[in-house]
Design a protein around this ligand. Structure first.
Ligand code: C5P
Length: 238
């Protein structure tokens, strides 16, 4: 039985605990919701538990698609057991449809579908507000070597194909999402962190209703109602 020993790290919406197994951590999903790099904040009852369930399902899909992740097993409540990773200091964003910061940056029409996915990289730094970077920054500052970046890109596109397909089966459009990756003790590059509506834009395929954290960011409706709709829809996916 994997048991929590000490708190390793406390993030905006998650806590990581060390366990009695040096290779495993417990990832705890809190009810904190933040937006605009922490400027907007609220505690939303049930969010952590729902994100835990959604993330576990999404990691299960990825494993079925042959993509290795840090997910080991779900505990009850807000916890899951994950492999301990050495994380790359990079956020990888994949976009299928124009939304969010890209719409502002390039003056696009929200909802425009791209002919192929767009890949972006951001440097993980709360202090700097996660600035956008490119592969040249990553290479020069040695945040990841060229071979790793080749694998990161390949994995990101595979994750997009897998999740787009599964969400489509649930009647949901995967607009965009963020993943983080890291190396396990054996040097395998795995998808880590979480896959939740906090870090992915998910629209109802029929009505276009926004079901993800943009409900909180832009006061579009009750957050939990959106997350409940996602959970109900994805529960039907094989
Ligand atoms: O805000 P932006 O449009 O750049 O976000 C793109 C995608 O990445 C969205 O799905 C958003 O939820 C996710 N994201 C994230 N964490 C960040 C920045 C973006 O999960 N720090």
């Amino acid at each position: 039985m994997v048991e929590e020993t000490k708190l390793l790290y406390k993030g905006k919406a998650k806590k990581m605990y060390e366990t009695n197994n040096p290779n495993l951590l417990i990832q705890y999903f809190t009810d904190n919701a933040t937006a605009f790099n922490g400027v907007k904040h609220a505690v939303i009852d049930e969010k952590g538990g729902m994100n835990k369930i959604i993330s576990a399902m999404a990691f299960g899909w990825l494993e079925k698609c042959g993509i290795a992740t840090h997910f080991v097993e779900e505990n009850s409540g807000r916890e899951m057991v994950v492999k301990r990773l050495k994380m790359l200091p990079i956020e990888v964003v994949v976009r299928n449809i124009a939304a969010g910061s890209l719409v502002k940056r390039l003056g696009l029409k929200k909802g425009e579908k791209f002919p192929s996915p767009i890949l972006e990289f951001f440097y993980k730094s709360d202090e700097l507000g996660d600035p956008m970077i490119n592969e040249s920054h990553i290479s020069v500052f040695k945040w990841a070597d060229d071979e790793t970046m080749k694998n990161v890109k390949e994995i990101a596109y595979k994750v997009n194909d897998c999740l787009s397909d599964k969400f489509a089966q649930a009647g949901i459009k995967l607009v965009d999402f963020k993943i983080e990756l890291g190396f396990d003790g054996d040097g395998n590059l795995l998808v880590g962190d979480e896959i939740t509506p906090d870090g992915a834009r998910l629209w109802d395929a029929e009505t276009g209703e926004v079901l993800d954290k943009d409900r909180f960011r832009h006061d579009l409706g009750d957050l939990i109602e959106g997350y409940e709709k996602i959970l109900a829809k994805i529960s039907r996916v094989k």
